[in-house]
Structure formats: C-alpha cells, structure tokens
Design a protein around this ligand. Sequence first.
Ligand code: B1M
Length: 222
Amino acid sequence: MSEILEKIAYCVEFGKINQQSPYPPDMKGQLGADELTKEALDTGLAPEDILKKGLVIGMERIGIKFRENKVFVPQVLMSAKAMSTAIEHLKPFFQSGDVKRSGIFIIGTVAGDLHDIGKNLVSMMVEGNGWEVVDLGTDVSADKFVNAIKDNPGSHVGLSALLTTTMINMEHILKEVKAASPETRVLIGGAPVSEDFKNKIGADFYSPDPQGAVEYLNSLVA
Ligand code: B1M
C-alpha cells in the first residue's frame, strides 16, 4: 500500500478527522483523513484506490477492534467521522460513476422502536466499507422498507431492534419484504436478537455486531 493510503487508513482507524482535531491526543497537529484524502487526489491517486485501499482498510480495522472489545462506541464514532469527512472529497467521483459502490444497503430500526445508536453504527460501518446506505431512521414500517427497495432495485435490507416487544415486528417486515422482492437479502441485529430468532423467522443472516453485517454484505458481492 502506498504511504499516503496507509496514513489515510491509520487516520480512520484512530479517528483523526483533520489537522485541527485534538483527537486522538497523540496525533495533535498532524494531518488528518480530511487533508490527506485531498492531498492523495491532488497527487493523482485514483479515487477508488483512496476509498478501497485507504479509507475502507481503516474502517475494517476499527470494526474488528470493536468486535474484539478493544475499542468502544466513542472511538468508532470518531472513526466514522474521519471517514465521512474524507468521503466528502470523493462524492463527486461517486456521482460521476468513477468510483463504484459495492451495492445499496437499506437499514432501519423496526416499527415501534426508537433506539438508533446501534443502527447508526451499523449504517456508518457499512457506508465506510464502500456501500451506499439508505438509512430510513427509526420506527420504520414494512411499507417504508418495501417502498425503499422499489426505489433502489438490487438493494439489501438490515433490520435493527432493541426491544423484545419490537423484535417480533421483524417477522412481519421480513414477510412483506420477501413478498415484494424475494431476491432481497434481509439481515437482522440488535441486543435481543439471536441466531435462533433469525432461524425462527427465516431471515437471511444475523449479526451481533456491525463488522459481521459488513462481512455478510461483502460476501454477497464477492
Ligand atoms: Co431503551 N431500553 N428504552 N432507551 N435503552 C434498553 C434497550 C433496555 C435493555 C434497558 C433496560 O431495561 N435495561 C430496555 C429493553 C428491555 C427489553 O426489551 N427487554 C429498554 C426500554 C425498556 C426502553 C423503553 C421502553 C423505556 C420506557 O420508556 N419505559 C423506551 C422505548 C422507546 C421505544 O423505542 N419505543 C426506551 C427508550 C430509550 C431512550 C430513548 C431513552 C434511549 C435510546 C436513545 C437512542 O437510541 N437514540 C434508550 C437507551 C439509550 C437504552 C440503552 C441504555 C442503550 C441502548 C444502546 O444504544 N446501546 C439500553 C440498555 C442497555 O443496552 N444497556 C436500553 C448501545 C448500542 C451500540 O448497542 O443497540 O445493541 P446496540 O447495537 C449493537 C448491536 O446490537 C449491533 O451492533 C451494535 C454495535 O455493536 N446491532 C446490529 C444493532 N443493530 C444491528 C443491526 C444489524 C447488525 C448488528 O444488522 C442489520
């Protein structure tokens, strides 16, 4: 990997947004993902390489550390912020088609449920790994998911739930999604959800953490 791509990956991994950012303290005053991404583009590096060999690598590293409980939610949020700041420089290339996203992922917290912290983490990690994410927010009905799939053909869907009283709504949403679009893969997650529950309702995949969701989605396009 070129030196600047490794530096970009490092900034995402450690949540260094830009030169002004005081976080992490041991990188104070150093360039962040923001400036380095711009510099990489200015020196002629391909936007796709900056995304896939720099930013995504950093996001993968933090995802694995989070799964292994080596870092916690605040560190992941800083990484996501570094990533999204850098992505701003790449947006024109997404729009022109010069950089291809891996696919489209529609995510939402299911009907009746307002918890969104875990869902947002999954959303940011998936986006940080090169997917376009359509985040429908919280308290999302089956109809809303189905309409979003119609607007985004070929997409896959993620359902999050934090309450034992709302996880049961996953079954209804899953049925409606599969009736409207049988080829759409539906993955589920959230604290009360389990592999057994996934088998019971017939979802395609259960992940206990954001990294598992990323790995599953990537396996669909490998
Ligand atoms: Co709520 N709440 N809450 N709450 N809340 C819990 C979930 C609860 C366990 C607390 C408790 O009683 N000990 C309990 C649920 C009990 C149960 O169902 N068995 C509970 C309750 C009862 C309630 C209310 C009913 C309380 C009331 O009003 N009486 C109410 C419900 C409102 C509603 O949704 N309709 C309520 C409200 C709230 C707040 C609004 C105050 C706030 C939410 C703020 C927000 O999200 N913006 C809140 C919070 C913060 C919590 C706790 C404290 C923390 C949840 C959280 O964000 N965890 C929680 C207790 C606890 O967990 N200690 C609690 C951190 C987050 C990173 O983890 O969401 O699990 P998590 O996501 C993980 C994984 O699960 C996974 O990845 C994430 C990162 O590892 N993951 C996925 C999540 N979604 C995924 C999707 C995937 C893959 C992985 O693929 C698609």
